[in-house]
Design a protein around this ligand. Sequence first.
Ligand code: 3Y8
Ligand code: NAP
Length: 268
Amino acid sequence: MPLSPQPMIVSQGARSASVIVKVLILGGTTEASALARVVAESGIPALFSYAGRVASPRPQPVETRVGGFGGVDGLARFLADNRVTHLVDATHPFASQMSHNAVAAADRTGVRLMGLTRLPWTPVPGDQWQHVPDIEAAVDVVAGPAERIMLAIGRMHLDAFTRQPQHHYLLRLVDTPQAAIPLPHHTVTVDRGPFTVDGDRALLTTHGIDQVVCKNAGGTGADAKLTAARELGLPVLMIDRPEPPPRQEVHTVDDVLAWLGHDADLGV
Ligand code: 3Y8
Ligand code: NAP
């Protein structure tokens, strides 16, 4: 029994009916920000959501909420209370809990769900990549003698690398760390994307990096380090993304807009 009221029919033309679409964008990526811009320009009522992982997330041109929903129940309640008709999961491919919750809440409430994902990065000639399935496997691979490693995986999984304390780690974080970094030898650089090839080439060179460890985020917001590593002949340890839950997916903002527009203009 859907919790969320079905979209309100505002006009019943001879051949079609328009509905009031209200979309919730689960954000935190370059594509989510691009979608929010287009949705705001098109006048579609929208809400944007951040988890609240960083101090000052990028401001968005639509009403924004910050913080968890409280699991599937909380998200389902939020969808119903806010009369959301369409849910776009534009979260990062490693935000897998959020993606699973979105599928469950959409199923429970009858709200339409679309995943906006970007394709994984794939190597090009000159790339020296080694793929590993997850962060723990990456830790196992760097079990060798001390090196200088750019650990471009953010803040939340640094503890995993305490098993390999011998390396000097270059850590790129969005915010200045509040808690002590658990790795004995490290340098912190505070920066948020999108990054540039020149900037990342300078970073890798200045810090004498021997290899890069990163997640297969995809997209254009953080691929500069891959180009810089290729140009410098550095190996990359690429952590593959977790399998997303089964759901409808598109890969461009235009496809999301077409999906939203279809319901808004042509009836359901
Ligand atoms: C809070 C919201 C935009 C979106 C920018 C994209 C690009 C830069 C790639 C590197 C890798 C990393 C990290 C990264 C990328 C974009 C995109 C993307 C990787 C912001 C943002 C939020 C976060 C959370 C943050 C995590 C961290 C991960 C840094 C905004 C800037 C390393 C992921 O300190 C913390 O707690 C940080 C946590 C989750 C992963 C981690 O484990 O630490 N992102 N990143 C979102 C929220 O609260 O809901 O401020 O804009 C968004 C972006 N991060 O509009 O410009 O589109 O992917 N973010 C990874 O890929 O490994 C950086 O440095 O090369
Ligand atoms: P996650 O592990 O999949 O989610 C953990 C919990 O965080 C979720 O169950 C939910 O809490 C809350 N949450 C996650 N995304 C949310 C959102 N957009 N709005 C409201 N609550 C959200 O997520 P994560 O990997 O920590 O990522 C958190 C955010 O950072 C996401 O917006 C993601 O797009 C962004 N991000 C993550 C990465 C990464 O490497 N993981 C990289 C770039 C950007 P409740 O259960 O309480 O609802």
